[in-house]
Ligand binder design. Structure first.
Ligand SMILES: [Zn+2]
Length: 340
């Protein structure tokens, strides 16, 4: 009996690695066959746009819409998961009065996502099909090397972080660029709090400058492989999903830090945290209020939420916005969303 068990255990030690290796190879071949079929079934531009749409829907639009509907239809249950409690709901405590406005925000957010995908397709049509340039996103059945994937992800995410900071701060929050600044102020900065779908809420023009260009430009400049681009876009979509959901639970602490900084940017009237990951803000001296994921920062974030839920948010926020924009730009009145 003992010998039988021992021999079976010994056998499994030798067989399992082969089984694991076989499964890995099988998954790899299956993935390559699926990708190749996809590539050979459609034109490169269609592969790029279909893939981009699938990633955006799966990793951002669908989960964000479900979270938004959960907030709107079951506010009592949603409040339990919100970092600010009832204050973090799309309509705040007055959900019945503000429902139409919140659905407008959701509609504009989804419109902006579609606008970005249409613009991406148009760029490929103009530059690749009309002018004969190389496609900006490389669609090939040959899979990229792991080193290329890592290199392009690091370059893409770093460049996106810098571009996002520069464009947000100097194009959308500067009195010299008053037109763009007033649009960003009267749309995005009229949000009371971040909630699901608001990562893509803004006037379409500042949206394209602040969200689309920093995301697309690094990929277009370095001609990412389509698979690398989809992975890059999935990481960005997950970041946007959690940074604006308003919930207190995050899969990793790093996302909580981003959510805290996004919240602080809105709360402080656009005077800090122009970047997403905090590094450029740290270097430029515009960093404020990081959740960060460690215990101390968790306490800080909770304290700040408690402070706001006592009703002190509206006055201080409005004051800082008035100070920032002066009399020539629109004001936020009491932290509520405007009609348009
Ligand atoms: Zn802003």
């Amino acid at each position: 009996m003992f010998n039988t068990i021992f021999s079976l255990s010994t056998l499994s030690i030798f067989i399992l690695p082969f089984m694991f290796s076989f499964t890995t190879n099988f998954n790899f071949v299956w993935f390559w066959l699926t990708w190749s079929t996809f590539v050979f079934s459609f034109s490169p531009t269609r592969v790029e746009i279909l893939g981009t749409t699938m990633v955006r829907v799966l990793f951002y639009a669908l989960p964000s819409t479900l979270m938004f509907l959960f907030d709107m239809l079951l506010p009592a249950a949603s409040t339990v998961f919100k970092a600010r409690g009832a204050e973090g709901l799309p309509g705040g405590r007055k959900t019945r009065n503000l429902r139409l406005r919140e659905f407008k925000v959701a509609g504009w957010s989804l419109f902006n996502i579609a606008l970005g995908i249409i613009l991406q397709g148009s760029i490929e049509l103009i530059f690749h099909h009309t002018l004969g340039w190389k496609a900006r996103i490389k669609v090939s059945s040959i899979l990229p090397f792991p080193g290329t994937i890592a290199k392009h992800l690091i370059i893409g995410l770093s460049l996106r972080g810098v571009l996002s900071y520069v464009l947000h701060r100097f194009a959308l929050h500067r009195e010299k660029s008053w037109y763009l600044a007033s649009l960003h102020e009267s749309w995005y900065h009229c949000l009371r709090v971040p909630y699901p779908l608001t990562a893509h809420y803004d006037h379409p023009l500042p949206y394209l400058i602040h969200k689309f260009i920093p995301m697309y430009l690094p990929a277009a400049l370095f001609r990412f492989h389509a698979l690398v681009f989809f992975l890059y876009l999935a990481i960005i979509s997950i970041e946007e999903l959690f940074s604006h959901c308003g919930y207190r639970f995050f899969p990793i602490g790093w996302l909580e830090g981003i959510a805290a900084r996004v919240d602080e940017h809105l709360d402080d009237g656009g005077n800090c945290n122009y970047g997403l990951w905090g590094f450029v803000d740290l270097l430029a001296g515009t960093y404020k209020g990081d959740g960060g994921g460690d215990d101390d920062n968790d306490d800080h974030y909770s304290d700040r939420c408690a402070h706001k839920s006592k009703g002190q948010r509206g006055g201080s926020s409005t004051g800082s916005k008035s100070k920032k924009w002066g009399s020539s730009t629109p004001r936020v009145s009491g932290g509520t969303l405007r009609n348009r």
